[in-house]
Design a protein around this ligand. Structure first.
Ligand SMILES: Nc1ncnc2c1ncn2[C@@H]1O[C@H](COP(=O)(O)OP(=O)(O)OP(=O)(O)O)[C@@H](O)[C@H]1O
Ligand SMILES: [Mg+2]
Length: 215
């Protein structure tokens, strides 16, 4: 049903991490989740391949509810339509440039998530994606990623977000090694370390998104 496109021109902001972590959290809540990887780097596909290997090794016999497709070009629209019909959530991981495909994925989205690290440069880099979402009349939300409890930067960036009346989710992900470690294991933090802080943050993020979309 809902399509969430994760987009941000700045490389390394956390798009792929967010896609995988949200997918694992939603699948863990019993939802049928599909991932669409439209980034030629195919990092999300690499995560998914590792996940499949892991599950095959454990002989669990299923892939914990997450399907992944790669798509590009003229096939993208059809892939999105198909996945939307057969899943509760579709998450699209896009490349770090506003290419034609990213634009198409923004156009098809019920929600555009724009991850950013808490720095003014990252915040400025979100503007083209917010503009693109606005031009396509899509709902967009900034998601703060890699925040640390200490440090003035978060305060500064939250202040700029408030001053600019930019749309941002209240939930944010901390700068935690569990996010990277779980990715290496083909898992999400909710599976890798379900009682950890990273898992708690991810569940809160998923819940806020579900509430926003009424899903
Ligand atoms: N919350 C986090 N805590 C710790 N490390 C993180 C977090 N989010 C992302 N990372 C790390 O930051 C790096 C970049 O993250 P990621 O690949 O998800 O970004 P991206 O936006 O998809 O990058 P690209 O633009 O290249 O596709 C990775 O090494 C990832 O493990
Ligand atoms: Mg990526």
């Amino acid at each position: 049903m809902p399509v969430i496109t994760i987009a941000q021109q700045k490389g390394g902001a956390g798009k792929t991490t967010l896609a995988a972590q949200l997918a694992a959290a939603l699948a863990g809540g019993g939802k049928r989740v599909a991932l669409l990887d439209i980034d030629p780097q195919k990092s999300l596909s690499a995560w998914h391949a590792r996940r499949k290997d892991r599950i095959a090794a454990a002989a669990a016999g299923h892939d914990l509810g997450i399907e992944l497709e790669e798509s590009a070009g003229w096939k993208l629209g059809a892939a999105l339509d198909r996945l939307r019909k057969s899943h509760d959530w579709v998450l699209v991981d896009s490349p770090p440039h506003a290419e034609t495909e990213a634009r198409q994925a923004v156009r098809a989205a019920d929600l555009v998530l724009v991850p950013l690290q808490p720095s003014p440069l990252d915040l400025w880099a979100t503007q083209p994606t917010l503009d693109l979402a606005a031009a396509e009349r899509r709902t967009a939300r900034l998601v703060l990623n890699r925040i640390s409890a200490r440090g003035k930067l978060l305060e500064t960036v939250r202040g700029e977000i408030a001053k600019g009346e930019l749309p941002a989710l209240a939930a944010a992900l901390g700068n935690r090694s569990a996010f990277a470690h779980s990715m290496g294991a083909g898992l999400g933090v909710t599976e890798y370390e379900p009682r950890g802080q990273a898992a708690q943050e991810t569940r809160e993020l998923a819940a806020e998104i579900a509430k926003l979309l009424g899903a």
